[in-house]
Design a protein around this ligand. Structure first.
Ligand code: NAP
Length: 352
């Protein structure tokens, strides 16, 4: 018997889809991925520290709740709780991994079947689809929800890797307001709308110091209106014709960047307390090339307005894999829910 719903991906979109599909008695089978650059179990939030903007999770003794809700067997996955206290109790915003473990638990509570494997191919020609895991037999499915997300592009420096979560991030909106960045000069690398948006976000935070936009050319790629916003902002300073050659730090935190000129061989050091890469994202769609319609950057196309349908019947897309615009945990969870509802209605029409 074909599966009713196979979900590929284990970020907010995947778990939200699983919760909804499971509660609709569709007995979802979810592939959570293995540790690879493409499909990361628990998605991009697995790389984030505190998540202050996911509704429903104000500061508090989050760890006590997480430990009470998440199966003890998975407590080893939980990162150490941040050391912020109030009235003698832990008092912090839910961390990315905690939030994702809570979502996973919620999906498991409704009997979602979870497989730790990557999907490497799909067959979408017949009336019943095929999903092909890296190890194991192909699986037949009436519907597929693709929720494989996207990964932020980083520059690719060893020093950048070393300081991830210690002053290097690829999401100012997620991390910029964290204590480690507060009141410090910061750098955003890139010249597109994201770079300007991230810089503007940082520059508007309370007690913001100078926010440098470091761009490899002498012209921004961002839209004119966004460019003007950057030029007009008193806290934003453009650093033209420069790339980051090295992230500098004291082992625990970022202290500066070594910049290299793109017009001559000169280098210089810039004192900053953090660096945000805003040089684009790559959607995790390589395994779907030629099977589903994508835009020029490889993001899946939603083929109906306000629906999660893709170019193949019975295949739905949720989260960042189809969205290079909002890219938030809450919007991904929202489209995950929509994809499950779309799959449920499709299956009802099929009468299976
Ligand atoms: P993007 O437009 O592709 O811009 C990426 C930027 O990063 C470019 O300026 C590029 O430089 C630079 N870059 C790429 N690789 C680099 C590297 N290895 N080292 C240094 N710099 C590098 O990406 P985006 O800004 O994320 O925007 C993606 C899409 O979302 C766009 O369509 C954008 O309009 C949209 N968006 C819209 C808004 C908004 O309207 N509010 C906000 C965010 C995003 P070059 O310019 O030299 O190529």
């Amino acid at each position: 018997m074909p599966e009713k719903v196979v979900i590929i991906g284990s970020g907010p979109a995947g778990w939200a889809a699983a919760i909804y599909a499971a509660r609709a008695n569709l007995e979802p089978l979810l592939f959570e991925g293995t540790i690879k650059p493409e499909m990361i179990p628990l998605g991009q939030l697995a790389f984030t520290t505190e998540v202050e903007n996911y509704p429903g999770f104000p500061f508090g003794n989050v760890r006590a709740f997480v430990e009470s809700a998440v199966d003890k067997a998975r407590h080893y996955n939980l990162p150490p709780a941040p050391n912020h206290t109030k009235d003698g109790q832990l008092h912090y915003a839910v961390q990315g991994v905690e939030l994702m473990e809570l979502m996973k638990q919620q999906a498991l509570n409704f009997d979602t079947r979870v497989v730790s494997d990557d999907i490497v191919d799909v067959g979408l020609e017949g009336s019943v689809h095929q999903v092909i895991p890296a190890s194991g037999e192909p699986i037949e499915a009436h519907t597929i929800i693709v929720a494989t997300g996207a990964r932020a592009n980083y520059i690719g420096l060893e020093s950048e890797e070393k300081y991830k979560n210690k002053g290097v991030s690829a999401c100012a909106v997620c991390d910029g307001a964290l204590p480690m960045y507060r009141g410090k000069p910061l750098a955003v690398v890139g010249g597109g709308d994201s770079a300007v948006e991230e810089a503007t976000y940082l520059a508007n935070l309370k007690n913001a110091a100078t926010i440098y936009i470091i761009h490899r050319r002498d012209q921004l790629r961002a839209s004119k209106i966004m460019q003007q916003r950057a030029f007009d902002h008193p806290n934003i300073e453009l650093v033209w014709n420069s790339t980051v050659e090295e992230v500098l730090g004291d082992g625990q935190k970022v202290t500066g960047l070594r910049l290299k000129s793109t017009v001559d061989d000169s280098t210089r050091e810039l004192e900053v307390g953090g660096m945000f890469a805003a040089i684009g994202h790559t959607p995790n769609t390589a395994f779907l090339k030629g099977k589903l319609e994508m835009n020029a950057k490889g993001y899946l196309k939603w083929t109906k307005a306000f629906r999660t349908n893709t170019s193949a019947e019975g295949v739905f897309a949720a989260g960042d894999v189809a969205d290079d615009y909002y890219r938030q945990a809450i919007t991904s969870a929202g489209t995950g829910c929509m994809a499950a509802l779309d799959a449920e209605r499709y299956i009802a029409e099929l009468g299976v």
